[in-house]
Write a protein that binds this ligand. Structure first.
Ligand SMILES: C[C@H](O)CC(=O)C(=O)O
Ligand SMILES: [Mn+2]
Length: 344
């Protein structure tokens, strides 16, 4: 592969953050410590730890965590000798106070995440993280939903605020390879900082899209062991490591060790296998935020509505992360429509 960047590729492992959605934020200290220690030993450079919706996400709206995320960050950082602990912050859910606390407990990197059109809400958090001495990256979510020119404009804002990298975050797992290529290329031509890519595997394109992103010049890549992440999960780390090794690229991650973590440590944690089923496929097809899936399935079951209809309607309304309350609104409207049809 001929890459458009000669910088090394650095992987952030997100099974302890995006994967938190899958376990409904019920990670125990023991699970987090075991996973973090093993990932560190396998050579993973960044391990992200927090509630799935980032710092401060443990609420009734997003789901309460079993263990306070500051404790998880602290315990994970104690057992890592080389890996840096990363965390995620969505301004409005997490605050600068949360950020200061996460830093004190051992987080060395924060990814400040906003909807793809709302980078301006990240300014304070990005500058504050820099003042603390943290590494800080911008994370533009639902990147499929805005024109490329908008993505470029918003990424430039994050660069101006002081981010060291900006991620194209395919929250819905909706981007096609050509669309990833177009976006990475546009950012490469406009930014002076690193470009990152975060995928969801809802259309079975996560590894392929990640390869396209790397080829086009992305150097910050997210992976999740055993695909543990919202919807159909993220780019499967152990698969990506194997594929990149075959292509002559070494991420510094031990292939056998990462395979063993997938099988022996993450396998038993998985509530069910991370397959692409009709629900997750609909996320990618309709361009819906991946962490909405479990909420839509729950609402669908409770009110007798096909979760795919809920997701399609959420996609039509262009619901963004943070609008979990819309899932119940949409479901009740669909129930009303169903009743009207029956009574006709
Ligand atoms: C808060 C979200 O889960 C962040 C993320 O991983 C995504 O948008 O994808
Ligand atoms: Mn994600």
């Amino acid at each position: 592969m001929k890459r458009h960047s000669d910088k090394p590729i650095k992987l952030t492992e997100v099974c302890l953050r995006d994967g938190s959605h899958v376990v409904r934020h019920q990670y125990s200290v023991e699970q987090v410590v075991t996973v973090a220690k093993a990932l560190d030993d396998a050579g993973v450079p960044y391990i992200e730890v927090s509630h799935g919706d980032g710092l401060g996400g443990s609420t009734l709206q997003y789901g309460k965590s079993l263990v306070d995320e500051m404790t998880l960050i602290e315990e994970a950082s104690k057992v890592c000798t080389n890996a840096k602990i990363s965390t995620l912050l969505l301004p409005g859910i997490g605050t600068v106070h949360d950020l200061r606390e996460a830093y004190k407990r051992g987080a060395g990197l924060v990814r400040v995440a906003t909807h793809v059109t709302e980078a301006d809400v990240a300014e304070q958090h990005i500058s504050f993280a820099r003042e603390l001495g943290m590494e800080v990256h911008g994370f533009l979510m639902m990147a499929h939903s805005a024109p490329v020119s908008k993505l470029v404009e918003q990424a430039n804002l994050m660069e101006q605020y002081g981010a060291g990298a900006v991620y194209i975050t395919d929250s819905a797992g909706a981007l096609l390879p050509s669309e990833v290529k177009e976006r990475v290329k546009a950012l490469r031509e406009s930014l002076n900082i690193e470009i990152g890519f975060h995928a969801h595997n809802n259309l079975s394109l996560a590894v392929a899209n990640t390869l396209v992103a790397i080829e086009e010049g992305a150097t910050r890549i997210d992976g999740s062991v055993r695909c543990l992440g919202a919807g159909a999960g993220n780019t499967q780390t152990e698969v990506l490591v194997a594929v990149l090794n075959r292509m002559g690229m070494n991420l510094g991650i031990d292939l056998y060790k990462i395979m063993d973590i997938a099988e022996e440590i993450i396998g038993p944690i998985l509530p069910s296998s991370q397959e692409i089923k009709k629900g997750s496929l609909t996320l990618g097809y309709a361009g819906v935020y991946s962490s909405f899936l479990l909420f839509a399935e729950r609402a669908g079951k409770k009110y007798g509505i096909d979760p795919r209809d809920i997701l399609i309607e959420l996609g039509r309304r262009k619901a963004v992360g943070g609008q979990e309350d819309m899932i119940v609104d949409v479901t009740s409207e669909l129930v009303k429509q169903k009743v009207e049809v029956i009574n006709r």
